[in-house]
Each structure stands twice: as structure tokens, then as C-alpha cells.
Write a protein that binds this ligand. Sequence first.
Ligand code: SAH
Ligand code: SF4
Length: 364
Amino acid sequence: MHNIDVLKISQHKINLLDLNRQDLYLFLASLGAKKFSTEQIMNWIYNHYCNDFDKMLNISKKIRTKLQERSYIFASQFIEERTSCDGTIKWITLIDHQKIETVYIPERKRSTLCVSSQIGCALKCDFCATGKQGFNRNLKVSEIIAQIWQANKKLKQKNITNSIRNIVFMGMGEPLLNLNNVVSALKIILDEHGFGLSKRRITLSTSGIVPALNKLSKMIDVCLAISLHASNDSTRDILMPINKKYNIASLLSSVLKYLKYSNANRGGVTIEYVMLKGINDSNKNAEQLANLLNNIPSKINLIPWNSFLGSPFVCSDAKRINIFAEILRNKGFTTVIRKNRGQDINAACGQLTGKIINRFKSLS
Ligand code: SAH
Ligand code: SF4
């Protein structure tokens, strides 16, 4: 079902940020608008960040009046902002009295925005602060899109020219458990009249919801990152309870299927592996991991674990991580040790909990 069907039945005014191009086209057709007005309106929204129909002067007065009666354009605002000493910015949005987080990570040439797909997460991975928080609800398409819209606006206000060219679904939540809304948002992100980003620069990270991953390959083509984090099922069962439902073998076979369909991935997937001292970081673990990935074209990202209050885990020592990486490299895997950004403001991977820290600067 298209989002528009849901919205039509509901009789409520429609937020145009909930509609991808196809949905917007159907909605505009129902108002009697011409076909090309879809692109014109998307241009107003995603190029000019315009939310006022009166300013859309290339749209007829009659259609603008109908739009005003039946719809609106609303992007939830960031209510708080915190900037790290390394330039990373964390923004908080308040939705239904719940907090979600969006993180901007500046890089020399192209910056990255890490977006959330759910409020909290139901999957309870042991090493993840979001998992410990529990699940509240899925984000709507407009709530995902609003994170990018507001981030772009904020960067412009700050005269930061290092614009967002990469988007990673690595914030709060499991994107494949909010499949339809995430795919619809991805369509807007990729659309030349939407944010117009390249599929090679959009990454969806998943803990491995196998049936949804199988569906995804027929819905959209973006880069895939898999949160593996263990080299065998018994360890993964403990770290990531979802493994009891979809084990490593079923996950990797689904990944291979996705790669067959995908151009974005250029034939390879990113494997994420969080480094936990004494749990998954031995030489044997590295060798097991290399064996597991023997038939999977992949690049391995080793992620130093980020601590959060109350967690019993400890991050592996830098020396151990280097040895682990060397074993994988010697087996022929491209292996990167991920830099931790924004740790001082709790904006690093797995530190997102929606908690507001008092020292946050409030935005007016
Ligand atoms: N739910 C998705 C995407 C969000 S988590 C997923 O699990 O892939 C984004 C990444 O951060 C995942 O690889 C996740 O396993 C990792 N992560 C979670 N908690 C972490 C922590 N405390 N330190 C480092 N990485 C963590
Ligand atoms: Fe959810 Fe991903 Fe955290 Fe696991 S690692 S609890 S899937 S957000």
C-alpha cells in the first residue's frame, strides 16, 4: 500500500514530506494538477526548502489553494544541538515527547549524516545503548526526511559549505523493521528532484532481518552494511538476540542475494564488527571471521566499542584491534579500523539513547 492510500483514507491533511515522487504524483492528480507539477513542487521542497505554498508561484492559484486545504509541509525541528571538539554535531528532535538523534560527521571533502529510523530499538543487542533503551515506535517518512532537511538548513545557517553527500542509516533503530517508510525515504533521498544523492553514498546498516533484506533487494538499491559483530553463532546469539531467529548462515546467504541485484555495492558488502575485549577479539575469532566471509565479497569495518553507562563491556585494546586487523588483511580482506567521532558528546555509534544532557545548548 502506498503511504498516500493510508493518508487519503484518514481524511487528515497530508504532510507532503511523507510522499515520495510516485505518491506525490497520485496526490496531485487527485487535486487535478498537471503531471509536471510533481517535479515543480519537489523542487520547491527539496531545493528551496520552501514550506509555504503561496511562494510556489509556478503552481496555479487554484492548485495552491487546494494544496493548502488538503496538505502541509512540516519538518520536525531540532530542539537541541551539541558540537564535538572534532566538529561532529549531534541534533535532537522531539517527537511525541520522545527524543531521536541525528549526527553530522564532517569530513574533508564530503560529509556524512547519520539518521535514525525508529525511536529506540526492539532488538536489544547487548552492547548497544539504543537497544537498552527499548522500542517506542517507527519513524514516519517525514520524520526521517526532516532530519536531512533540517541538517541541510542548519549547515547553511552556519555557513558550513562541507555539505552532506553521504547518508548512513546507522542512528537509532533497525531500518529493516521499518521497511516501507525507510524505502520511501530512500526514494526521496535518491530522487533527482529530491535530495539527489548517489546510491553509492547511501548506506543502510542492519542487524540482519533476513525476510526484510530479501524484500529490500526488490525495492531499492543502496549500499549495505551488516552488523555481524561475532565470528560464530554461539557468540552472536548472546550479543545479538536476533541471531537466534536468523543465524549467520541465513544472513550471509541473503546478503549474497542482495549483492546479485545491487549495483550500488559494486559487488561487495560492508561487514561491521564491534571490538569487545575478551568476547570476540581473539586471533581465533579473526580466523573464524575470515573463514565465514570466504565467499562473501566484503570490506570489514572494525569498530572500537563505545562505552555507555551501566554496560559491562570493555573495548579491545588498540594493539589487539591492530593484530585482529592484520590477520584479516593477511587473508586478503580490506579491513578498516573505524575512527570514533563525536565520543565526547555521546554521538558515536551505539551511544545514541535520546537522553538530553543538561549542558546541551538549546536552539531558539
Ligand atoms: N540497527 C542497525 C543500525 C543502527 S546501529 C544495526 O544494528 O546495524 C549502527 C552500528 O553501530 C551497528 O553496526 C551497531 O552494531 C553499532 N553499535 C551499536 N552499539 C555500539 C557501541 N556501543 N559501540 C560501537 N558500535 C556500536
Ligand atoms: Fe538495534 Fe542496531 Fe542497536 Fe542492535 S545494534 S539494538 S539492531 S540499533
